[in-house]
Design a protein around this ligand. Structure first.
Ligand code: ADP
Length: 629
């Protein structure tokens, strides 16, 4: 950040991503600009929550945490709209960091991806609240004066949103923050008390802190919102709109929730949960920290958010609030660890969410598919992390298969298994379309056997711990053991189980000789119908896709030699076999053919060729020879 100091005032550049975000703000990505007020009130309310909690753990702050209130005051003469709060405030460093960069992890990278096309981007931006910067939708200049709790000096921050901002020493009588928006031309709507009242009521009714409108300098403050914690109110007194608005506030989200769960647990542990399942995928779902963002309250007092002990990692997409009656108010970070109350709440939440999901899955398969599409890859992490919920999670899981374009449950799969089929067949890969064309599937398709298509990286991990579903083992079709002989052919076009193995014995021996250590074995295939050859893993070796995946993630894995399977029904294989059987000349030429078969199988599998130059040379040689025929 470039800084030019002039006395106490300093001018700095915005972080590049903030610049882009501001650009989008000015060109107004939202059709409803009024959300700026919601965003600012939401920040002010968070700031009050933080000070309330700060005062509980730090006696020095106790005197400053009094009568929390947010005010909204228009000034028609000055054409300004001013928001104040008596929350925690910001130090000089915090002003620079919070209002000059995008602090939340992953957000900067996300903004980087935005295309600049307002229409397209607004959908993406909708995934997270744009926060403070949305003030620039209506303001040509924004001034923030803030005094941090525990400090005696205040600082100001000012910007016109065009690349730079200024910070300086300032005056403020007490702790808190004042934000003044100098409205753009044509934005006089935000000076009208009835309009402001309506926005506050619509978007901020659920905020537990009073939001007061001060119509003009002489007017008395008038509290506009209900100012009681939404989750503490009875369910039948809360409208869907109020729930949705609360979700936007706690979830920093713009979509509407896919499901809303609001309940009060009573018994030996008492708490209230208000949880939301989003209807669109948050952009930071796959960040390595796997953090949740649930807010923890104790008897209506905000404590902290993202407590790992409160929610399993595989439910991190949930948004909302948990308010405990049993935890102490002065709960420190250390006390959160190994806390038996938290553990019980976590179990309660998990069960509750799983029940809800099961009910939704039973009631409306299509709507459930939307959920699974978004969050299935996360929920599946629970299959290997949470043994206690494994069975229930397997019931909730949905899969793509070779037979169906929709999502299929394991129960459905098992119910329509082929006669004599004893295993649940799977194949793993990076993308659905490529997987569907895998040669390993040919025999299964011909025999009418259904195979689960696993395309999420997490699939490799749970399939190695969850070995069966209702007594049926899971078997990868890319393994040697997944033979088809048990499945009765559905039609006569399928591979013939009775194909004499010895028929291409000469060819197999010649290929084996040529390839040596490069393969573990060369065998006759009963799984291929159209392709000449494919690679499979030996029964106890690592699956081919998993090996690739681990290498992509920088893990050192030994390359296990694979088994090369040849299709004795394929005309090319038959001709090669005939020529091997015809005499010793052909055996010499076999070396090139053998390597070409292996490289072909590698390419189809999605593996890279260890020696592409040798492949090209052999290919040229063979083409030249055949062109001359
Ligand atoms: P978000 O609220 O999503 O984190 P914002 O851009 O709205 O993003 O705000 C950035 C940060 O600035 C907040 O996380 C908070 O730390 C700080 N902040 C914003 N408004 C206030 C306020 N009124 N009082 C204290 N801190 C604030």
């Amino acid at each position: 950040m470039n800084a030019t100091a002039e006395s106490s005032s300093e001018s700095m550049d915005f972080q590049a991503e903030v610049g882009r975000l501001l650009d989008l703000m000015v060109h107004s990505v939202y059709s409803e600009k009024e959300v700026f007020l919601r965003e600012l009130i939401s920040n002010a309310s968070d700031a009050c929550d933080k000070l309330r909690y700060g005062a509980l753990t730090d006696a020095a702050l106790a005197g400053e945490a009094t009568d929390f209130r947010i005010t909204v005051q228009p000034d028609k003469d000055a054409r300004t709209l001013t928001l104040t709060d008596n929350g925690i405030g910001m130090s000089r460093t915090e002003l620079v960091e919070n209002l000059g960069t995008i602090a939340r992890s992953g957000t900067a990278a996300f903004v980087e991806q935005l295309s600049g096309d307002a229409k397209q981007d607004s959908g993406l931006i909708g995934q997270f609240g744009v926060g403070f910067y949305s003030a620039f939708m209506v303001a040509e200049r924004v001034t923030v004066v803030s005094r941090k709790a525990g400090e005696t000096v205040a600082h100001s921050w000012e910007s016109d949103g065009r690349g730079r901002f200024t910070v300086a020493l300032a005056e403020r009588e007490a702790t808190g923050t004042t934000i003044t928006m100098h409205l753009r031309e044509g934005e006089d709507e935000w000076l009208e008390p009835h309009r402001l009242r309506q926005i506050i009521k619509t978007y901020s009714d659920h905020i537990a802190i009073p939001v007061a409108l001060i119509e003009d300098a002489e007017a008395e403050p008038e509290t506009v919102n209900a100012a009681s914690a939404l989750w503490a109110r009875p369910r039948n007194e809360i409208t869907e709109e109020q729930y949705n608005e609360f979700y936007h506030h706690v979830g920093h989200a713009m979509d509407d929730p896919w499901a809303t769960l609001h309940w009060r647990a009573e018994g030996n542990i008492e708490y209230t949960g208000l949880l939301f399942i989003p209807s669109s995928k948050p952009f930071d779902l796959f960040q390595p920290e796997r953090k949740n963002s649930l807010k923890l309250y104790v008897r209506r007092v905000y404590i902290t958010e993202g407590v790992e002990e409160l929610l399993p990692g595989w439910l991190r997409f949930l948004r909302g609030v948990v308010d405990s009656e049993d935890l102490p108010l002065n709960l420190s970070r250390e006390m959160l660890q190994n806390n038996p109350v938290l553990r019980q709440i976590r179990n309660g939440l998990t069960r509750r969410v799983m029940n809800e999901l099961q009910q939704k899955a039973d009631k409306d398969a299509e709507a459930y598919a939307d959920f699974w599409e978004n969050f299935g890859p996360v929920v599946k992490e629970g299959l290997y992390e949470d043994a206690a919920h494994k069975d229930a999670l397997l019931k909730l899981a949905r899969f793509r298969t070779t037979k169906d374009d929709g999502w299929v449950s394991l129960a459905q799969y098992v119910e329509r298994m082929a006669e004599n089929q004893t295993a649940i067949y799977t194949i793993a890969g990076d993308d659905l379309a490529a997987l569907k064309r895998s040669p390993q599937l040919e025999g299964f398709r011909a025999k009418g056997g259904e195979v689960l298509l696993l395309t999420d990286p997490v699939d490799e991990f749970w399939t190695s711990t969850v070995q069966e579903y209702e007594g049926k083992p899971l078997k990868s079709v890319t393994r040697a053991g997944a033979d088809l002989s048990g499945i009765k052919a559905a039609d006569t076009d399928g591979p013939k189980d009775q194909e004499p193995e010895g028929a291409i014995g000469g060819l197999i021996a010649a290929v084996k000789l040529a390839l040596g250590e490069a393969v573990k074995d060369v065998r006759v295939s009963d799984r291929l119908t159209d392709s000449a050859c494919c690679l499979v893993a030996d029964e106890n070796d690592m699956d081919l896709h998993l090996e690739r995946l681990m290498r992509q993630h920088g893990q050192k894995v030994d390359k296990a030699p694979r088994i090369l399977e040849l299709n004795p029904r394929h005309s090319m294989i038959k001709r090669l076999s005939d020529s091997v059987d015809a005499g010793p000349d052909a055996v010499d030429r076999m070396e090139d053919y053998a390597w070409l078969l292996l490289d072909q199988a590698r390419i189809v599998e999605g593996e890279s060729l260890p020696d592409p130059v040798a492949f090209a040379q052999r290919m040229a040689k063979v083409m030249e020879a055949s062109a001359g025929e």
